[in-house]
Design a binder for this molecule. Structure first.
Ligand code: GDP
Length: 297
């Protein structure tokens, strides 16, 4: 998921660790290269700047140049700074779903992976936490999207709300809420309609639905490959409807991955899961240590 960034950084660090003693200039040069590598990975400029400053302060404080293995020490400092930058939710995979039936609102742009992720999370809740989950599609504009959710539900053994033609998203949300209570469900997940771009109608629709169900979690699903655009989309959704977390999809691709590093710092919202493929099992909780390890290769 971070192939390019990893490659760049390992190049920088190889040169650094091969040297016996490091001068301040060596560290400075290396950090400049780290900054370029971050920007190339589409990490936002303020975040990249802040990151390099953090490492620089640490490196200076620890008198790297006097250490026995100064290069490795810098790598360790970078590792810790990565973990710090990535850090978001305490326990990212734990969704607030006490007090059944708990509504989870799934939002995002069309094609970001929202429906797929809804299925993945439902499967996870069912299998790992033994939850009884109900899925409902609110995408009245694309019948195919409704069918897609029904097919996924059948595939993972999770119920979907029967499709009734002619209803508004708010009607469907009310029906899901009622069915979830009557049917003894622990969780009901609402897969809202996406658009190709953010528009007012979409936001209003999601707001109206949120007003009806009062979601415990509102998860934004965004394509991780879109880098800074993913972060901008998150900012906008958060400003308009308030999100409780982000799911970054397509992190199995060899994209630049910068969104993972910028998301928390820019939006203040934690990444909760990453999508790693099209299959229903291809979902991981967002663990900063593991991600930092992958970035450093
Ligand atoms: P939606 O319009 O936001 O509901 O998007 P979909 O869930 O229909 O996903 C769009 C496409 O992206 C589908 O072909 C999915 O299989 C694919 N997809 C979703 N998540 C991932 C992921 O994490 N990795 C990869 N490689 N593909 C994904």
């Amino acid at each position: 998921m971070f192939e390019n960034l990893s490659e760049r950084l390992s190049g920088v660090f190889d040169r650094l660790t091969k040297q016996g003693a490091l001068s301040e200039d060596d560290v400075k040069t290396a950090l400049r290269e780290v900054r370029v590598a971050l920007l190339e990975a589409d990490v936002s400029l303020p975040v990249a700047r802040e990151f390099v400053k953090k490492v620089q302060d640490q490196a200076t404080g620890q008198a790297v140049t006097k250490s026995v293995t100064p290069g490795q020490q810098v790598v360790k400092i970078v590792h810790d700074a990565l973990v710090d930058t990535l850090k978001g939710a305490e326990d990212p995979g734990r969704l607030k779903i006490d007090n059944p039936p708990a509504p989870i609102l799934m939002v995002g742009l069309q094609g970001g992976g929202k429906t797929t992720t809804t299925g993945k999370i439902a499967k996870r809740l069912k299998e790992r936490e033994g939850k009884k989950v109900l899925l409902a599609s609110l995408d009245i504009y694309r019948p195919a999207a409704m069918d897609q959710l029904a097919i996924l539900g059948a595939q993972i053994g999770v119920d979907t709300l029967p499709i009734v033609k002619g209803q508004t998203p708010v009607d469907i949300a009310k029906r899901a809420k009622q069915q979830a209570a009557l049917g003894g469900y622990d969780v009901y997940m609402l897969d809202t309609a996406g658009r190709l771009q953010i528009d007012e109608v979409l936001m209003k629709e999601v707001q109206d639905v949120a007003a009806v169900v009062d979601p415990r979690e509102t998860l934004l699903v965004v394509d991780g490959l879109t880098g800074q655009v993913a972060v901008e989309v998150a900012e906008e959704f958060d400003a308009k409807i308030g999100i409780t977390g982000v799911v970054l999809t397509r992190m199995d691709g060899d994209g630049r991955g910068g969104a993972a590093l910028s998301m928390r710092a820019v939006t203040g919202k934690p990444i909760r899961f990453v999508g790693l493929g099209e299959k229903m099992d291809a979902l991981e909780t967002f663990e900063p240590e593991r991600i930092a390890g992958r970035i450093l290769g």
